[in-house]
Design a protein around this ligand. Structure first.
Ligand SMILES: Nc1ncnc2c1ncn2[C@@H]1O[C@H](COP(=O)(O)OP(=O)(O)OP(=O)(O)O)[C@@H](O)[C@H]1O
Length: 324
């Protein structure tokens, strides 16, 4: 049994179809990133999983329980930790009082270790907390009862780099213990660092679910080269070359135009690197670097271009034709 199962999940707000036939599963013990820009529909899915919104159509199951069955969902929630995008703690209570309340409701096996890790202030009223401190307190309340599954809405927003780092380490350790983590994000570096798989949502529709590794494979390499020759764009427009930028600079020489020419180019390459190297052998290279492309490139292939809402016309990570 998967930890989360969505089948055709649809939420129609009238003016906006916030989730449109969303189908995927999150397996037990994995860290699953739910990625999309503002307004894509992430929070809508999450609030449905928590039983806070009723789906217009489709089904959602959390730890095997149908989220529209209140009793069953209550049962599941004993094993669930949830960090909302804006935790609504009692503003007049201190952090310590908030934790005592949560402990009384759902248990408190782990708060001591969590307090050491995330260090939220405890003796001030929550209304005096910064955004980051509210989230630190939220992380403690999310994990304090040792849940099997955690659902986190943009968990690292507002956290300073030290706490983000601790959080990342902590999530990996949780996964080792068999905990399932589902979190939404629009921070690609975080998804890349933490997730086993990622689901990408656009305009309410899921456009892909795949391992982070395969997303990275598709994102290809960034190639930068300098060659002691004038190379035309056409000569470099081989299979797998995208976003080609070239410039030819003339060095030395006199006013008659004598001197040498150097071509500098940058492109993303999604083909066979050996074939590329064989192709480049005919030029005298002064410099060559091949680095892993940032995940942003893949993301832009989903979100760049026209504002289509038709998922069929954007079936997934289609490669652009060679030649940039
Ligand atoms: N209660 C509501 N009534 C009407 N429309 C809503 C409601 N809640 C959300 N929406 C709309 O549904 C769409 C999806 O919103 P949602 O909050 O799920 O997106 P999100 O991916 O979580 O965005 P963000 O990253 O900004 O939090 C948006 O167009 C939003 O304006």
């Amino acid at each position: 049994m998967a930890a989360i199962e969505l089948e055709g999940l649809t939420k129609d707000y009238g003016e906006v179809l916030a989730n449109d036939g969303v189908t995927f599963s999150v397996e037990r013990g994995e860290i699953f990133g739910y990625l999309g820009p503002n307004g894509a529909g992430k929070t809508t899915t999450i609030r449905t999983l928590l039983g806070l919104l009723a789906p217009t159509a489709g089904t959602a199951r959390v730890l095997g329980r149908d989220v529209t069955d209140e009793d069953a969902l209550l049962e599941a929630k004993r094993q669930l930790g949830y960090l909302p995008d804006a935790p609504a703690f009692d503003e007049t209570a201190t952090g310590r009082e908030v934790l005592e309340l949560h402990a009384a409701i759902k248990g408190d096996e782990r708060s001591e270790a969590l307090l050491e890790l995330f260090e939220p202030p405890l003796d001030r009223p929550v209304r005096d907390y910064s955004h980051g401190n509210v989230r630190k307190l939220g992380l403690v309340t999310t994990f304090m009862h040792d849940p099997e599954l955690v659902i986190l809405d943009e968990p690292t927003s507002g956290l300073d780099p030290l706490i983000q780092h601790r959080f990342a380490e902590f999530l990996r350790e949780e996964r080792e213990r068999g905990v399932t983590v589902f979190f939404s994000s629009h921070v690609l570096s975080e998804v890349r660092r933490l997730c086993d798989r990622v689901g990408i949502i656009r305009n309410g529709r899921l456009v892909t679910v795949e391992p982070v590794e395969s997303l990275l494979d598709r994102s290809g390499k960034v190639v930068r080269l300098r060659a002691a020759a004038s190379i035309s764009r056409e000569a470099l427009a081989i299979d797998g070359v995208h976003d080609l930028e070239t410039s030819v600079v003339r060095t030395g020489g006199d006013s008659d135009g004598e001197g040498s020419e150097i071509t500098e180019c940058t492109f993303t390459f999604t083909g066979d690197v050996n074939a590329l190297l064989a192709h480049l052998r005919e030029y005298r290279l002064l410099d060559l670097s091949i680095e892993e492309a940032p995940l942003e490139g893949v993301f832009m292939r989903f979100y760049g271009g026209e504002e289509s809402t038709d998922a069929e016309s954007k079936p997934g990570l289609t490669e652009r034709p060679g030649g940039g």
